[in-house]
Ligand binder design. Sequence first.
Ligand SMILES: *Cc1c(COP(=O)(O)O)cnc(C)c1O
Length: 429
Amino acid sequence: MANQPMSLGTACVQGGYTPANGEPRQIPIIQSTTFKYDSSDDMGKLFDLEASGYFYSRLQNPTCDHVAAKLAQLEGGTAAMLTSSGQAANFFALFNICNAGDHIVSSSSIYGGTFNLIAVTMAKMGITATFVSPDATDEELDAAFQPNTKAVFGETIANPALTVLDIERFAAAAHRHGVPLIVDNTFATPINCRPIEWGADIVTHSTTKYMDGHGGTVGGAIIDGGKFDWMAHADKFPGLTTPDESYHGITYAERFGKEGAFITKATAQLMRDFGCTQSPINAYMINLGLESLHVRMARHCENGQAVAEFLASHPKIAYVDYCGLPGNAYHALAQKYLPNGSCGVVSFGVKGGRDAAKAFMGYLKTAAIETHVADARTCCLHPASSTHRQMNDEQLAAAGVKPDLVRMSCGLEDKADLIADIAQALDKI
Ligand SMILES: *Cc1c(COP(=O)(O)O)cnc(C)c1O
């Protein structure tokens, strides 16, 4: 998975897989659960992680590994793995270094599913969390840490609040306290931001969104930047720095170094036990999306910017959250971290509150009501009555979700049609 000197667009198309003479040009779909060996000793070396190779597709599969290698290249990481979904990616990224009794510092402005995972489900496993505003000062950030804190978590561009994470500042806080920063980079994609270059240690993705890009395939990924020195904080991360008795006594950080320990442990241990694996066919589908990611992101951003500007000038719109607008609270951070554009998702409030927002959505024709974002077709959602409905008003406010907020994901259609659709729907309310 060495980083070849390839520009991002070329890596989208050709990264992760280089066919040899006479081999398929497209990534082959290795739809096989298992792999054949000549001797038990050959296979034993694989189980001991002494040789690299495949034995069972719950742990690793060549098709998935080609796509993971492309993602490592795109994010500037040293190792990567695919998971069955974005939820599995975030769970594995955190659970790989957090045990019962440990603690996470997380931005409060994150995807509803991830909030639920951390605040409710991981709490049941004995892993607690302190949520901080993405705008927290350094002092507020420092105050959130505990002696048992093992990770800091945030989203480059938060879904659905669209806050922009100050990655450098969050990374510095994490590193002051000897723990890694994990950044969910789903909305920005490596085309618009590469968090590892700003100090993040581990990057996660819901590949379901822009990477697949066509609303066809659920998937996730974890990419390790390979820079966090586990051994320098050995007491905090015993799972990486002491022998894994469930895996032939391997000490991951010693055997695989900073570059490989995290992903090897997550594969050998968490994939083995939880099995949230990506199927080879789905990995192939995601790769078709990756081949045009750099071309599509520019169009998503162009449409998002045009829709945001139209909404901002419309008298029936209460507010527009889009970091590409100069008046936006995150505009300065966006200029720093997202100089080429942010994403196609625009959040806004319709004057008249919750009911007006729902009525407006009912009149849209081109934009469909969906629990989705970031695919080719424009869609919209009312988070307070759908994805975030388990949150009380206080939690909604902390997550930056107002009751009248509409989240619109601008697809790849012509922007004039998107604006005309919004205009006719606003005229009817
Ligand atoms: C959708 C999403 C997830 C969850 O991903 P799934 O693939 O739906 O499991 C996680 N984080 C962000 C930012 C998302 O948008």
